[in-house]
Design a protein around this ligand. Structure first.
Ligand SMILES: NC(=O)C1=CN([C@@H]2O[C@H](COP(=O)(O)OP(=O)(O)OC[C@H]3O[C@@H](n4cnc5c(N)ncnc54)[C@H](O)[C@@H]3O)[C@@H](O)[C@H]2O)C=CC1
Ligand SMILES: O=C(O)C1=N[C@H](C(=O)O)C[C@H](O)C1
Length: 234
């Protein structure tokens, strides 16, 4: 496939390595918004840029009917508009807060545990922690938000917050430590014990491989998809 890499930073470079290993043509790699001329003959775009510019990049890609994978976090207040653009332009769009197989399995495990713990809201207080490298621009991580949404789906919690300590809110803490690729911890604490599940990324390889698998999967499709579709976790 002819791939455009929009955002050529840590993730763009990790993805490029895997694209080459799997025989793809990296036809465009840029750290700015593409122009329509550059998008002719592109099969799929992979967008990993920065929160501030993701919306604009995605708009240009979808208006030019380029099937697009997006891993940029921190822009989700405009997600509905972007989903609609993919539909209106008869192309395909897939956003994932985390492309790794391990985290997508963890999302499912988190929901099973949340469902079980909902009966014990009086005994156990949930909290969520994420740890990332110090260059990360957004907090909490997109992955932490997806985990919190999973808990909300299965319990009587109705929101999450990094500040608000009210009863119906899941407390989320974001820590920044040099060189950490991404760690997520969900804890249920009672007066006598702790139940904890965690996912620790050892490198960016898992995110990058997942993004390439998603790009291969979305080619020639139309619609709005998630990693659950790609990994058949539905
Ligand atoms: N969904 C997932 O599995 C993962 C998502 N991420 C997310 O991906 C994003 C990128 O992460 P990294 O590569 O680590 O960051 P990075 O800072 O290394 O790379 C971002 C790149 O975007 C470039 N850029 C700046 N303005 C741009 C524009 N207008 N258009 C295109 N590119 C532009 C920057 O020059 C930089 O090279 C972040 O939002 C991060 O949270 C990171 C890892 C995994
Ligand atoms: O910025 C990162 O590095 C990561 N961002 C994603 C997120 O915000 O969840 C995915 C992963 O945790 C690494």
């Amino acid at each position: 496939m002819r791939i455009a890499l929009i955002g050529y930073g840590r993730m763009g470079k990790a993805i490029e390595e895997i694209l080459i290993q799997r025989g793809h043509d990296v036809a465009l790699k840029i750290s700015r918004t593409p122009n329509p001329e550059e998008l002719k003959n592109i099969d799929v775009a992979i967008e990993f840029s920065i929160p501030e510019f993701a919306y604009n990049n995605l708009k240009v890609l979808l208006e030019n009917k380029v099937a697009t994978i997006c891993g940029t976090t921190g822009w989700l207040d405009q997600q509905e508009e972007i989903n609609q653009l993919a539909i209106d332009n008869n192309t395909a769009f897939l956003y994932a807060s985390n492309f790794s197989l391990g985290v997508n399995l963890f999302f499912e495990l988190n929901k099973v545990l949340a469902n079980m713990m909902n009966k014990y809201r009086n005994e156990y207080q949930v909290n969520l922690e994420e740890i990332h490298h110090t260059q990360k621009l957004d907090a909490p991580s997109g992955t932490a938000i997806t985990i919190a949404e999973g808990i909300i789906e299965k319990t009587s919690y109705n929101t999450w917050s990094m500040e608000d300590k009210s009863e119906d809110s899941i407390p989320v803490e974001a820590k920044r430590i040099e060189n950490v690729p991404g760690t997520h911890i969900v804890q249920y604490n009672s007066a006598v014990d702790t139940i904890e599940i965690s996912h620790t990324a050892h490198s960016r390889q898992g995110f990058a491989l997942g993004a390439v698998i998603a790009a291969e999967w979305i080619w020639n499709k139309q619609g709005v998809f998630s990693m659950k579709d790609v990994l058949e976790l539905n």
